[in-house]
Design a binder for this molecule. Structure first.
Ligand code: THU
Ligand code: ZN
Length: 150
């Protein structure tokens, strides 16, 4: 994991940040009051976004990263090159949860998939930007290689 400055972000990463920040505002999170925005860059060059969607049955909650991936699949794109997530965290570097890590893993053959996490303060101002990759977040990941004769 390393810390980035806004200046370190490429044009496409800045676009992803803007889109994830704005879709985060649409999060439906009346129960947790915690909004998450995500953007994935497909190998088709398109950016797909998602926000979290909660439900009175808490188990039905959709995570922002998963919604972004599903949106990519909806457009017949099945591989992501980069994931960016925007969420609030002042305490420690915060990244997509374990469930999202596994979901992302399905759609990247590359262990080194870049993951950028933009951590906001309580006023939704950028507090820290972190960069990591899938290997760091999900070592020894479970894939279909484990059970399919490919
Ligand atoms: N959440 C996400 O959208 N992504 C994550 O990886 C972590 C958690 C959402 C789910 C729930 O709506 C809220 O954040 C609090 O857990
Ligand atoms: Zn998650």
């Amino acid at each position: 994991m390393k810390t980035l400055l806004l200046n370190d972000l490429t044009d496409i990463e800045l676009q992803m940040l803007n889109l994830a920040t704005s879709v985060r505002e649409n999060a439906y999170s009346p129960y947790s009051n915690y909004k998450v925005g995500a953007a994935v860059l497909g190998i088709d060059g398109e950016i797909y976004t998602g926000c979290n969607v909660e439900s009175a049955d808490f188990t039905l909650t959709s995570h922002a990263e998963c919604v972004a991936i599903d949106s990519m699949v909806k457009s017949a794109c099945y591989e992501t090159k980069l994931l960016l997530v925007v969420l609030e965290s002042l305490h420690s570097p915060t990244f997509p949860c374990g469930l999202c890590r596994q979901k992302i893993s399905e759609f990247t053959p590359d262990n080194e998939l870049k993951i950028i996490s933009v951590n906001l303060d309580s006023e939704s101002k950028i507090y820290k930007i972190y960069e990591t990759n899938l290997t760091e977040l999900l070592p020894n990941r479970f894939t279909s290689d484990n059970f399919l004769n490919l």
